[in-house]
Design a protein around this ligand. Sequence first.
Ligand code: SF4
Length: 345
Amino acid sequence: MVRAMVTNEKGKEPLRDEKAGAGAEKGPAGTTTEITALLRGVLEESFSRDEDEPETGEGLGWIYPSSLARGCILAVAFELLGAPKAEPESRVKRIFQVGSASHHRILSYFSKVLMAREVPFLDEEYRLKGRCDALLFIPPGISEPSGFYVLEIKTAGSMEYGLIKGEGRPRPEHSRQCHIYIWGIERYYGLPVRGGVIYYENRDTLEYMLFPVEYDEAELLPLLERVKALLPKLREGELPQDPIDRLPPDHWAHEYCPYLEICGYGQEAVRQKMVESKGIPDAMLAKIIAERIVIKRRREKEKERKRKGPRSLEELAEELGWARDWAGGGGSEEGVDSPEAGGLL
Ligand code: SF4
């Protein structure tokens, strides 16, 4: 357990109370003791990690933040019970692999403020286990508010990227995932985490966007309460029956749920949507529209480029998002080769 490894300088007493959570007393962030304790915990966790470790928790598995963030407690129940999942098709698997492979490169852009990468946490009480992409530390004087921030990296194809850019905010499930990491890391390590940052990268063009995420406990706690209420029922072999514990019928996520094959509600929801939209699911319609928007923008850019004549090297670098200037706030597009902390938040 990492929590047991988070000790004071004598290495005997826990640095903070085991139950220290979001509301726990927060000392000044970034003291040497806290940073050393965090890193020691991360290292010990890595040394002792056994991927084949048998599950505890009376036969229940673990909930992963990305699953909980979608908000379907029935899917969470299937996950805890180890229900069979549909295998993603190999093309989708390769997309995941490309996304994972990009993480190392993307994290290098944050090297000036990177405290730890792949930071694990687990919580027995809620059966939650996860690993946030990175923990950043913004030192005082570079940007305020200074302190620890979780970083979540997402890569997306042009259509998906264009939709998020058009909305001007992260997808709700991605913000929620960030909230879960903030909550989990604070609770596990006793570290005060100020907030989160989501980095979106367009896989096709390498454009990027940064969004700050403010921790929203009022949104997260009801979801965690539903998990808490679920666990004793599952141990008695009862699946959640309340409609609030599954996504509404018109939600896009049923189609992509790995448990769709064993979920009657999800199957009925997908069938209904097909009937209502005369065979074209909403997600597909959205993709078609987004694709047209992206193609239109590309054509406009191309026209503009032709009008201006040949580009200089600097213009080309700027177009590809390699500009050196990182000044600017969250949510805007910036260059990626010089990640000053001031450009993050
Ligand atoms: S198919 Fe829909 S309702 Fe069923 S578990 Fe998945 S997300 Fe939940």
